[in-house]
Every structure is written in C-alpha cells, then in structure tokens.
Design a protein around this ligand. Structure first.
Ligand SMILES: [Fe+2]
Ligand SMILES: [Fe+2]
Length: 132
C-alpha cells in the first residue's frame, strides 16, 4: 500500500514548470520511503530508495543552481548553494546512520526530509525564483 507523508498542493508551485516537476519527483521519493516504513518492509528496500533520493537531489540542485546563478546576486547564490550542500550532507549522513542504527531512526529521518524540503521550497526556492 502507498502512503503519503508529504502531500503536494498548489502552494508548493514556484511557477517554473521544470523545477516544479523536479520538486514533485522529490516529494514522491520521500513518500516512497515513507511507504516502506508504513508497510514494515524492513531496511533492505530502503537503501536503493536513499540512493535514488541522493541522485535525484543532486540532479535537481544542479539544474536549479544553473538558473539561480543567473538570477541571484553572488552572495544570495552562495547562500542558496550552502543550503543545498547541507541537505546533501544530511542525506549522506542519514544513510550511514540507518546502516548503523537500523530502522528505529527511520521515522525521524523521514520527518527531517519532509520538513526540510517543505521549508526549502516554500521559503528559499520561492524567494529565489521570485527575483527578476
Ligand atoms: Fe529546489
Ligand atoms: Fe533550492
């Protein structure tokens, strides 16, 4: 069964079709991870999903940064870049935590992913893409 911990709605759209599509894909990967958790499928199915999340996040950040580099001042661009790097670092760290500590930290991880992405889209991406 499929479960959703991050329910997409219009308020997450930043008005840049390609970016909105990529954000939706990230949301769906987080929901896939959540479904594994809810269905008690164990840790085996999780690593490929975390790899998928890392790969797609890198892909999305690269695409987004290409656009923002043109849009933002150097200072704002570097700030945004740092936020992306922080998220990648957190995902990498979570993967190894999950390996060491197992599923008991999974829900905490899922919550972090959902909260970070929600806030980043609604606040930082929205703000950045609203710049002329
Ligand atoms: Fe983004
Ligand atoms: Fe971003």
């Amino acid at each position: 069964m499929k479960y959703e911990i991050f329910i997409w709605n219009e308020s997450y759209c930043i008005g840049f079709e390609m970016i909105d599509k990529q954000h939706k894909e990230l949301v769906s990967i987080i929901n896939e991870i959540y479904s594994v958790f809810m269905n008690n499928q164990g840790i085996n199915g999780l690593m490929p999903l975390f790899d998928k999340l890392t790969d797609y996040t890198r892909y999305h950040f690269t695409a987004e940064q290409k656009i923002l580099e043109e849009k933002l001042s150097e200072e704002d661009f570097l700030d945004h870049l740092k936020k992306h790097e922080y998220f990648i670092m957190k995902i990498e760290r979570m993967k190894s935590q999950l390996n060491d500590e197992g599923e008991k930290i999974l829900f905490e991880i899922i919550n972090f992913l959902r909260n970070w992405l929600q806030d980043h889209i609604l606040i930082e991406d929205k703000e950045a893409f609203s710049q002329k």
